[in-house]
Design a protein around this ligand. Structure first.
Ligand code: XBP
Length: 238
């Protein structure tokens, strides 16, 4: 089987940058204040809420579990409006430069580009939110497919978003390598027959990554960087 590495597919939140703790969480709290509700998602609580993929889905879960008695005229509308506000705040945080890329991300992506490796995104985040991060840190044009949020019916851990990206790229899974940071993301990629490198973060470091081909704490910036030829080696050995 030809398993030459020809494409890298990146998850966004938590993988490219620590957008969850410093971005989406902070933005949700600002949106709650604007909506006039006295709720605050702490770093710890947000860690628990991350079990639910998707910002709208996460808020719905929070309301059901933590605010069962709270009433509003139209719950769906409330969720949509709060999510929209949250997204605006999130994008402002990005524009302020409040959420830098994780170490090594830009270096590896630039190296991949130079070597003609194809690039794509597969995320649960909504498209405008994912694109906003790419616009402020990298360049959306570098990615031939940006698979995001509501494009597919089932969010991660379902494999839908990865299957979507593979079919848009018209590429076989054995020629791709995925970068993820969560067990949900790993499950999604694995079910789409993709090999995955997990770069853990504070929220995800204790999750089960048995199916990953490699688990690291960051991609690596200077002295001993992970580079394309090393990734090619990992692919051939697995
Ligand atoms: C990230 C998510 C998203 C973001 C919020 O998933 O779970 O829900 O927290 O994004 P991934 P939206 O790791 O797949 O990028 O508010 O735009 O849904």
């Amino acid at each position: 089987m030809n398993n030459r590495l020809t494409a890298l597919i990146f998850d966004v939140d938590g993988t490219l940058a620590d957008t969850e703790r410093d971005g989406h969480r902070v933005a949700f709290n600002r949106a709650f204040a604007t909506m006039g509700v006295n709720w605050h998602w702490s770093i710890d609580l947000y860690g628990e809420l991350l079990a639910i993929a998707g910002g709208k889905e996460r808020l719905k879960f929070y309301l059901e579990k933590y605010r069962p008695d709270w009433q509003t005229e139209n719950m769906t509308e409330f969720i949509l409006q709060t999510h929209q506000l949250k997204s605006q705040y999130y994008r402002s945080l990005l524009q302020e430069g409040a959420i830098p890329l994780r170490p090594g991300v830009k270096r590896l992506i630039l190296e991949a580009k130079e070597q003609g490796i194809r690039l794509a995104i597969a995320t649960t985040s909504s498209l405008p939110n994912a694109t906003a991060l790419l616009e402020t840190t990298l360049d959306p044009a570098w990615f031939e497919v940006i698979g995001a949020g509501d494009i597919v019916e089932h969010k991660k851990p379902a494999p839908d978003i990865y299957q979507y990206v593979l079919s848009q790229m018209n590429i076989a899974p054995q020629n791709c390598l995925v970068f993820e940071d969560t067990a949900h993301g790993l499950a999604a990629a694995t079910q789409a027959n993709l090999k995955t490198i997990v770069t853990v973060n504070e929220y995800t470091k204790n999750q089960d990554f048995t199916d990953a081909i490699l688990v690291i704490n960051q991609i690596g910036e200077t002295a001993f960087p992970i580079n394309i030829s090393y990734l090619q080696q990992i692919m051939s050995n697995k």
